[in-house]
Design a protein around this ligand. Structure first.
Ligand code: HEM
Length: 265
């Protein structure tokens, strides 16, 4: 019976039994909306995993001087980001009162503790030792964060690629400590302006990086708006001031030079 065999293959390959056993509400009843809350967070974690996978590819392709394939992979990344931002609409159908039916059962759990979100930030250049210290030594999360903390960021890989393309990227930028925040650099800005004016291929690549930066900021903005309409000015379950803390992360460009040159072109 080929139909049944196919069903078994699908279930085995995708581990459907395991996947469907992973949604475990904590509320009494359980409360209807807790299922949505769990599913959406799990879906986000899967998208975070896929984004990390794609970012690793982008970095490798930059190292291999494959700008067209970098473009292609960034297009996929941006499409995923759009879907991720749009998914917040679903959670916004949950009213403040519906959230309150199970919120206290979350205790200290919060997206604040998503190690994969921190891994994404680290890969993009937003690094923090404090974020590592929140995880127990030896755990999957801690090991992954420690590795990504030391690794060059996407911007570092891009600068080295530009240097191999013949641009005179300052040595201080090429030998940058990957742990340090990316600082605006007037010399880099001069190079980027030259690229925008004279090098379509690499200007396109820069534009995709701006899309990526804007996409991440869009996610942050939509998340904080959702938080404001769901819990207002209450503190977060992760222990922060809540929306006020989240608003402080909004004005945080990933690639400051790419924003700075807009006023200079
Ligand atoms: C009702 C829905 C949600 C509420 C009320 C909420 C609330 C919050 C609050 C208050 C914070 C600040 C940290 C804290 O003190 O807890 C936070 C952080 C965070 N949340 Fe949510 N959240 C919701 C849904 C989501 C979803 C679906 C995701 C997807 C994974 C998510 C991911 C994150 C991340 C990654 C952070 C850390 C942001 C940063 O430190 O820049 N949240 N959330």
């Amino acid at each position: 019976m080929p139909h049944n065999d196919a069903a078994v293959a699908y279930g085995n390959y995708l581990k459907i039994d395991e996947l469907l056993s992973l949604q475990q509400p904590r509320s009494e009843g359980p409360e209807h909306d807790e299922m949505l809350f769990i599913v959406i967070h799990q879906v986000y974690e899967l998208w975070f995993k896929e984004l990390l996978h794609e970012f690793d590819r982008v970095r490798r392709l930059l190292e291999q001087d494959e700008p067209h394939r970098v473009q292609h992979t960034l297009k996929r990344v941006l499409t995923i980001l759009k879907v991720m931002v749009a998914q917040l609409d679903i959670l916004e159908t949950m009213t403040p009162l519906e959230f309150l039916t199970f919120r206290e059962r979350l205790e200290a759990a919060s997206g604040f503790q998503s190690d994969q979100f921190r891994q994404l930030e680290f890969t993009l250049g937003i690094k923090s030792e404090q974020a590592i210290a929140r995880f127990q030594p030896g755990t999957r999360a801690r090991v992954a964060l420690e590795r990504r903390y030391r690794e060059p960021t996407l911007w570092d890989a891009f600068l080295r690629y530009l240097s191999r393309e013949g641009y005179s990227v300052p040595p201080a930028q090429l030998e940058r400590d990957p742990v340090a925040p990316v600082q605006p650099s007037p010399e880099m800005q001069r190079i980027l302006i030259d690229i925008y004016r004279n090098d379509t291929k690499n200007a396109e690549l820069c534009e995709r990086l701006v899309d990526l930066d804007e996409g991440m900021q869009e996610w942050r903005y939509r998340h904080v708006k959702m938080v404001e309409r769901t819990i207002g000015t209450k503190r977060g379950t992760g222990g922060s001031t809540g929306a006020a803390y989240l608003r402080s992360t909004l004005a945080q460009p990933i690639f400051p030079d790419l924003w700075a040159i807009r006023a200079l072109l």
